[in-house]
Ligand binder design. Structure first.
Ligand code: MG
Length: 349
């Protein structure tokens, strides 16, 4: 599995180890429930604890799949699709002038992606009057529109374009921004207002035809319920290996599907978490697109030993029918990239 992102994730995994050793790994949902109950004191509503339990759950499902000689997507109800559509996160700190933005957009399109995401909130920091008050100046909105127009121009009308705001703005300015971007037919505008207030996000959603997408830092079906029930997003974006794991992500997708909300998965994982996410994306009806955050890391693919190369081709990830997740770690490559001061499965590198 992949248990990631958040200080202390490995500590939680170690803490749970004695409670899991000797258990029947086939009873995935019972063990998940047991881990969540055991960790309710330290906090199993959200954060590091849920991320750690999610990683263990992914490993259990890989084990069950191997034991039953079947891919993980079969354990989730079977697949709707073989190929998982991928979008490329394409942010780059160096994008300061319009030419650089256009060049980057073309580079990503030439790599075969027909859906691309950029960070929007970093476009015009020098045009902001204040770093903390969540406001957008007219100048900043104008600059954002200018750059988005230029990117749309080189991409053409049919490459899908998403833009991320990282929870930056107040409701009024988020609405002004979303409306100003309506002519560009975005795939979505991501996290325009802070993440903890579904009612505020719902006000933005109700005021614009630009699709609003959110959810990357929410956890479990309970974390997503207010957002879904209050109309706080047009597209839901769970981080599958962090929000509760594979079965919980399917439950979140099913909850959102009651309101016909599409599912776009947030993902900044290694190939292990990415492929685990892809199994869920195959097995839910409402899947839209899965994120790829590592297009500029040359050794990303080599983390897993596999026959086909690379894992993502022309904007798609095709799941194999091998048992479990269908990928195995390449120990040699992994050892080369172990974080300084940490161990590789208990061994020094
Ligand atoms: Mg984001």
């Amino acid at each position: 599995g992949e248990a990631y992102w958040g200080l202390g994730v490995t500590d939680v995994v170690e803490k749970l180890k004695p409670r899991l050793v000797g258990e029947d790994p086939m009873e995935v949902d019972r063990l998940w429930t047991r881990m969540m109950r055991l960790m309710s004191g330290p906090g199993s509503i959200a954060g590091t604890t849920v991320a750690a339990i999610s990683g263990i759950e992914i490993a259990l499902l890989d084990l069950v799949g191997k034991h039953l000689k079947t891919p993980v997507y079969q354990l989730l109800g079977g697949k709707f699709r073989n190929r998982i559509r991928i979008y490329a996160d394409s942010h780059a700190e160096s994008l300061r002038d319009i030419d650089a933005w256009q060049e980057r957009a073309l580079q990503v399109r030439e790599r075969g992606f027909d859906a691309i995401k950029f960070d929007l909130d970093t476009i015009a920091p020098e045009l902001q009057l204040d770093n903390y008050n969540r406001t957008l100046t007219n100048r900043a909105i104008r600059r954002m529109v200018e750059i988005v127009r230029a990117v749309r121009e080189v991409l053409g009308p049919d490459v899908e374009l998403a833009l991320d705001c990282h929870w930056s703005y107040n409701v009024t300015d988020a609405i002004r921004l979303a409306q100003a971007l309506e002519p560009f037919y975005l795939l979505w505008l991501e996290d325009p207002t802070p993440p903890e207030n579904a009612e505020a996000m719902a006000q933005v959603c109700a005021a614009t035809s630009t699709p609003i997408c959110t959810g990357e830092n929410l956890y479990t079906r309970h974390g997503f319920r207010p957002l879904i029930e209050k109309g706080g997003c047009h597209i839901i974006q769970p981080d599958i290996p962090r929000c509760g794991g594979l079965l919980e992500s399917k439950r979140i997708a099913d909850l959102a599907d009651i309101y016909y909300i599409p599912f776009a998965a947030h993902n900044v994982c290694s190939p292990v978490g990415t492929v685990a996410s892809a199994h869920v994306c195959a097995a839910i009806r409402t899947f839209l697109v899965l994120e790829f955050h590592s297009q500029d890391i040359p050794w990303w693919d080599a983390v897993v030993a596999r026959e086909d190369d690379p894992l993502i081709k022309n904007g798609y990830l095709t799941l194999s029918d091998k048992p479990g997740l269908g990928v195995e770690l390449n120990d040699e490559v992994c050892r080369q990239h172990v974080q300084a001061g940490t161990l590789y499965f208990g061994e020094a590198v």
